[in-house]
Design a binder for this molecule. Sequence first.
Ligand code: ADP
Length: 245
Amino acid sequence: MTTPVIELCGVSRGYDGGPPALDDVSLTVRAGEAVAILGPSGSGKSTLLNLIAGLDRPDAGTVTVAGVRVDTLGEAASARFRRATIGMVFQFFNLLDDLTALDNVALPARMAGESRRAAHRRATELLRSLGVDRHADAYPGRLSGGERQRVAVARALINRPALLLADEPTGALDTAAGEAVRDLLTGLNTAGQTVVLVTHDLALARSCTTRTVRLVDGRVAAEGHTAPEAGHTALAEGPVAEGTR
Ligand code: ADP
């Protein structure tokens, strides 16, 4: 058995006045897996992602990422941990508009203490491997959505994170750009990158992950496996039996 990269045990999180956003969720993601978190709007996907990233704390339960109890870290330690261990890709890219593509990608490495030269070298390599090196000196405003997302993926990878978290990474892209980002994520996972993808797009989950976890009303309602088969994938998903979570 490979080491868990993520281990959530009995995690609950509520907000004032409402029903729990997450209710007793347990989840293990092992190194090299690509797992999709599915579920309708309001089912708790963002809450789960924030807890995994250490951006929020559970009311109950434990959250362990790459062997570290992120639910007990203070703010500064949490930020350091996130920078070193987790790469994040968002629906709307979150690139800094006044930095070039190259400087956007290099920034997390610079913040982790790498020299400008080393950070730029690795950023250039990443931009090249993601097919956007010709845009290294461009500002995000001059790039298409698909190009911006490739730059954002490069930025997420620069510190060689144990975990890549992607939150609706194709949600703001047209079909062709979305498919390119999907193939990119699939390729990264094939190369060994552990990926957690939050989406409500079942087709995306099917094509670039090996396992699905469906949330409904803050609980794990179903889990399934996506099996690559002759160039396409099939999804078998079953309900979670009570008491086996
Ligand atoms: P999803 O990402 O699946 O759309 P969320 O995790 O954003 O779901 O939300 C789960 C539930 O928690 C929803 O009922 C939402 O209204 C509530 N919620 C999320 N964030 C907050 C917040 N900061 N304050 C109050 N309620 C929140």
